[in-house]
Design a protein. Structure first.
Length: 152
């Protein structure tokens, strides 16, 4: 995928992947598609259209979603504080594919948001940091529907 969006839901049946054309700005594409996905899950908030791609993606991660914004030169991945066993299984099945991406990581920790990329990881490949974060995350039950869906 050259440019696209992947949403790894706490519930694997709700995973979403879309490839995007290259003729519109990358931020516009990612935020529009992500906002549309969240609206389809009854997770939209007022003013979401004006939030921007970083804020929408951070919001989605705070609800338990893993977001990949894939572009030609890099991929930004947003990680929630906790992951489900379905998300961990997806990571295990797809880590070879993910390893090919030039990753920038936005990690929601309990009390803060951490940012990692090649410039602040002292020559460590960001994929290895991504793998470390995924393996350190608390794995919660897939039945915890309250973390990823409102009004269901």
């Amino acid at each position: 995928m050259i440019r696209g969006l992947m949403v790894i839901s706490p519930n694997k049946e709700d995973n979403y992947e879309v490839e995007m054309p290259l003729d519109i700005s990358r931020a516009e594409k990612h935020d529009r598609y992500l906002a549309k996905y969240l609206s389809s899950k009854n997770l939209a908030v007022d003013g979401m259209e004006e939030m921007g791609v970083y804020n929408i993606s951070t919001y989605a991660a705070s609800l338990g979603y893993i977001i990949f914004q894939i572009d030609i030169d890099n991929t930004v991945v947003y990680l929630p504080n906790e992951i489900t066993s379905d998300q961990y299984d997806w990571f295990k099945k797809n880590k070879r594919k993910i390893r090919k991406y030039h990753l920038l990581i936005v990690d929601l920790d309990e009390n803060q948001i951490n940012h990692y990329d090649a410039s602040n990881l002292d020559s460590i490949n960001p994929f290895f940091k991504y793998r470390e974060l995924m393996e350190e995350k608390k794995i919660i039950s897939n039945e915890r529907s309250d973390i990823y869906a409102k009004n269901k």
